[in-house]
Design a protein around this ligand. Structure first.
Ligand code: CUA
Length: 171
């Protein structure tokens, strides 16, 4: 059987496309560092967050090893903290966010960075971020969560290390 030259070319092109598509999908699935929320953050009872030692009083906590933990409750339609008052963290420190939801699924995206997770009732999502520069970052909910989803936003203020140390001394 003889295959025409142009037909061979088309076959090769089509095969190349298929390989290319598989490569893109594989890269998106495993190469880009995108994961589902793991189980490492642990679980909480979304109905009794107020009794939780950290989620009952969400905010920034210094840990013994010099790093920081930020506990955030997402709810319709605010981040606590983040929306009414900004999350405050020091620059050049390892900051681990612990994010959960009180009601429905929300998103927690630090705008302009690759820090982005889901906030699921009952589940604690954790992600560790280091902010190298002081400044402000926007927070966005990127999971549809109800009528005011589009207005659910907040702010992170990254404080220069020296100012942070001073403010800690005052307390
Ligand atoms: Cu919360 Cu969308």
């Amino acid at each position: 059987m003889e295959i025409h030259k142009y037909e061979k070319l088309w076959l090769a092109g089509a095969l190349l496309l298929i390989v290319g598509f598989i490569a893109t999908v594989s890269y998106g699935a495993v190469g880009a560092g995108v994961e589902m929320i793991g189980n490492d953050g642990g679980q909480v009872d979304p109905d009794s967050l107020d009794q939780h030692p950290k989620f009952g009083e969400p905010g920034t906590y210094a840990s013994e090893d010099g790093d920081y933990d930020v506990y955030v409750v997402a709810q319709q339609f605010a981040f606590v903290p983040g929306t009414e008052e900004p999350v405050r963290v020091p620059a050049n420190s390892e900051v681990t966010f612990h994010v959960t939801s009180r009601d429905v699924i929300h998103g927690y995206e630090i705008v302009g960075t690759n820090a982005n997770t889901m906030a699921i009732p009952g589940q604690v999502a954790t992600m560790t971020v280091e902010f190298n520069e002081a400044g402000e970052y926007g927070l966005l909910c990127n999971e549809y969560c109800g009528s005011a989803h589009h207005a659910m936003e907040g702010k992170i203020v990254v404080v220069p290390q020296d100012e942070w140390n001073e403010s800690m001394e005052v307390n």
